[in-house]
Design a protein. Sequence first.
Length: 200
Amino acid sequence: ATFDIVNRRSYTVWAAASPGGGRRLDQGQSWSLNVNPGTTNARIWGRTNCNFNPSGRGQCETGNCNGGLECQGYGSPPNTLAKFALNQPNNLDYVDISLVDGFNIPMDFTGINCRSIVCSAPINQECPAELRAPGGCNNPCTVFPRNEYCCTDGPGSCQPTDFSRFFKTRCPTSYSYPQDDPTSLFTCPSGTNYRVVFCP
């Protein structure tokens, strides 16, 4: 599948993908990524306020991954995530926007000729004081790592909280806590191509 990652923000975003690496995207720039069929546990996110040296080492304020322009593994919270698993049983792709690692950049995750998932609310500006982070808004699980927020005790062990509802009311089709699947996990036919936009 092809993933076109587009920066429509007024500032530079250093896009990141696992698998896939990373790329600097100035306003209006895009990055086309080919992802192998059968890939699971994959994610695309944006990093902000990065400084990289010519060899690609450095740090970002949000979404940092091992101090490299080319990401290996996942980024550090807070970061808005486009997550996906391709070519799963019944010829389906599973796609979602997740705020379980918090929020840093508004995002539109679209399956071409399938569906669009959008989370573009002003979450950073409205973030509860306890969840504020430089450049973003943490999910409560990052700040208070216990079952109530992280659902570490398995299926059915946790419910929405006031903090998770803060995210859910603003982005009703995005994951606000780990067991938010019924309103947050969507399918597209396998073979769909995708666009991930960092929204204006």
